[in-house]
Design a protein around this ligand. Structure first.
Ligand code: ADP
Ligand code: MG
Length: 674
């Protein structure tokens, strides 16, 4: 059987509703080592025939035997494997990968074939085609003739047994065309079968055998009388030794599966992903933006949330768990809804301290804001009135100076204990204790400095001044929540300290009974006050944290979705822009899987890059917040890791469809794509 044998090959295209028959029963035999020109007018089916011969396309009917085996119905990947090892292509448009050096273009088929010693082989072939001084030039830095010579080197790199050249000189000036023809003759002399398509008689005249086709049928097939062996005298390079590399053995079967992914393949995909991203910097940056912003926001919010939670937890655990707090509004209002309010008075405070024998200490509190002035410095800050018991109950005993006494509260003394932030703002390095400051124009003597507590995420707990409760009511004229302008009569909260954790329940019961009676609440009405212990408050805060985390999760999911869609969109654009590139890669032997992985890697790189920049920004923002705004922000390593994994995952997930689309493109459709 002949080297190449076609039997009644037809090829029909479906155009609109009509069937266009382009090849109408081609019968042809070509022996190994021939140099054949296929001639015919434009549109006669030359390229279609050559694509079938080159296993880029399948015939509609008929049989094709290559090396004596039926190859009419190979799968995509079988075709790719066979092309990669036995067939080389040269196209009219050169079809080199732009932005890629001559050397990398030449060795591309070796990567898909899993061949080793690529650089050496590439250099050898580039020298043979006379481009030893142009190896690192990119296609746009080469002339047309030079580009075609790179394409010839690429076609030869895997030592093919047959070369298909479709109008190889169609885009070249005549002197360059002559050079390309010399190269083709040279490789034919080395034993490689050359099949060249052309519509120009003087080009075809260089072949030994000329086949004319017209309207999809062979009209003549003759030996070229003018062919002179001497024309093929080598004019460039080092002769034919390089070309006539030992013939690959005929494959036993066409299941020429590619081996496992090798490092060279991965590094080619990696380089190609980076080239594609670098070639469209603005577009890539914009498509990353969604993921970037989402990841940055989630990282920063998680850090702030975690910081706040830690600060609150630390504060609560320092208070001791035996505290019971009473608020003058209903549970509904406590949880932020609308609900009834009531009043807490100094009389209530006094009576509540005796409501149970298990009460160890009592504090009443009233808050307000004050303008604090010392010399030329002034600060607007939180002030609160408390009873002397506050210091121990709330673990807030001054570390310098002292807290105020019962007597000072009873005499409405103008004494104040300052938080760390207020000290810094008003006094700097000066010792504040013993100095007089003005709070809302009233003179106060500073008697102590509170221990620093840090920030709770939303507010600076050291930005505070504590004065005796009665002083706050009478001299500073603070008013309680919801009590309008009835100054000096009501309290914000009352706190009780129980003598043991076991008595908390009974104390809370007694408090409720007492206040319901005092407020004359009939049994069908709910409490117009709220009694809470620290465990309740801690649970409420944990609940808030959970809600916060859930919300963050939703925000993260939405932003990753939006980011993923952005990336999918850009990958679809990229696939359609690079259709020719995909076709070329497949023609030189890339399997479906290779194209799939290449594009998946590109979208994963894109989204991971977005994720990494987002993480950097998010962490930077959190650190800046803790540093400049005094907010506690804690960046957790697992949050960073999760953001990284998710952003990479988004790239793979949303890149899959575009990558699959690319991998399913047929090589000729891709090559014909304009
Ligand atoms: P040429 O001899 O110029 O290389 P081709 O083989 O490229 O001709 O094309 C032969 C004919 O087939 C032309 O008329 C062309 O319009 C048609 N043709 C080629 N490819 C397709 C296709 N994918 N769909 C429909 N018609 C096609
Ligand atoms: Mg053509």
């Amino acid at each position: 059987m002949a080297f190449i044998e076609l039997k009644d090959i037809t090829r029909a295209y479906q155009v609109g509703g009509d069937k266009l028959v382009v090849l109408k029963g081609i019968n042809l035999q070509i022996e190994e080592g021939e140099f054949v020109a296929i001639m015919g007018p434009s549109g006669s089916g030359k390229s279609t025939l050559m694509q079938i011969l080159g296993l880029l396309d399948r015939p509609t009917s008929g049989k094709y035997f290559l090396f004596g085996r039926d190859v009419s119905r190979l799968t995509d990947d079988e075709g790719a494997a066979l092309r990669s090892k036995t067939i080389g292509f040269i196209f009219q448009m050169f079809n080199l990968l732009s932005r890629t050096s001559a050397m990398d273009n030449v060795i591309l088929p070796m990567i898909y074939a899993g061949a080793s010693n690529r650089e050496a082989r590439g250099r050898e072939l580039l020298e043979t085609v006379g481009l030893s001084d142009r190896m690192s030039h990119k296609p746009n830095e080469l002339s047309g003739g030079q580009q075609q010579r790179v394409a010839i080197a690429r076609a030869l790199v895997n030592s093919p047994r047959v070369i298909f050249a479709d109008e190889p000189t169609g885009n070249l000036a005549s002197d360059q065309a002559a050079d390309i023809l010399r190269q083709l003759k040279l490789m034919n002399r080395a034993g490689i079968t050359v099949i060249m398509v052309t519509h120009e008689p003087d080009i075809a005249a260089h072949a030994r055998r000329i086949i004319h086709i017209k309207d999809g049928q062979i009209v003549s097939d003759e030996v070229n009388e003018q062919f002179h062996e001497t024309d093929a005298a080598p004019s460039v390079g080092g002769g034919t030794a390089v070309l006539s590399a030992p013939k690959t053995a005929l494959p036993a079967q066409f299941k020429l599966q590619h081996g496992g992914l090798n490092a060279a393949e991965m590094s080619e995909y990696w380089a190609s992903a980076l080239r594609a991203i670098a070639a469209n910097k603005v577009r890539s940056a914009l498509s990353m933006l969604g993921i970037l912003i989402g990841v940055a926001a989630v990282i920063a919010m998680l850090a702030i949330g975690k910081g706040a939670q830690k600060a609150i937890e630390a504060r609560i655990s320092s208070l001791g768990s035996n505290l019971v707090m009473i608020f003058p509004f209903s549970q509904a209002a406590f949880h932020g809804g609308t609900g009834s309010y009531s009043r807490l008075t100094l009389q209530d405070l006094d009576d509540l301290s005796r409501v149970s024998p298990h009460i160890a200490a009592v504090d009443g509190e009233l808050r307000g804001t004050v303008q604090a002035v010392y010399k030329d410095k002034n600060a607007s800050t939180q002030a609160q009135g408390d009873l002397p018991a506050y210091a121990d109950m709330y673990a807030d005993v001054p570390y310098y100076g002292r807290f105020f006494t019962e007597a000072e509260n009873d005499s409405i003394a103008s004494v104040a204990v300052l938080g760390q932030t207020v000290v810094n703002e008003l006094f700097g390095k000066e010792n504040p204790v013993g100095k007089t400051i003005k709070l809302n124009r009233v003179a106060f003597k500073v008697i102590g400095i509170l221990p620093p507590k840090g920030s709770s995420g939303w507010r600076d707990q050291d930005d505070v001044i504590i004065v005796p409760l009665k002083t706050a009511m009478m001299r500073l004229g603070f008013t309680a929540w919801g009590s309008g302008n009835s100054r000096g009569r009501y309290l914000d909260t009352i706190s009780l300290e129980c003598d043991s954790p076991g008595s908390i329940g009974s104390v809370m019961k007694s408090v409720e009974t007492f206040l319901r009676a005092r407020h004359h609440l009939p049994s069908f009405q709910a409490d117009d006050f709220t009694v809470r212990n620290m465990a309740d408050i801690q649970a409420a805060l944990t609940g808030t944290t959970k809600t916060f985390t859930l919300l963050l999760g939703i925000v993260a999911a939405i932003s990753l979705l939006v980011g993923g869609i952005g990336i999918m969109n850009i990958m679809l654009v990229s696939v359609s822009e690079r259709t020719r590139e995909i076709g070329l890669r497949k023609a030189v032997g890339a399997a479906r899987r290779a194209i799939l992985i290449q594009f998946l890697l590109e979208s994963a790189v894109l989204s991971t890059l977005g994720g990494v920049i987002g993480i950097t920004l998010g962490v930077g923002f959190s650190l800046a917040l803790s540093h400049f705004a005094g907010w506690a922000a804690i960046v957790q390593p697992q949050a960073v890791l999760m953001a990284f994994v998710f952003s990479a995952g988004v790239g793979v997930l949303f890149g899959f469809w575009p990558a699959r689309k690319a991998s399913l493109l047929s090589p000729i459709e891709a090559l014909r794509y304009e």
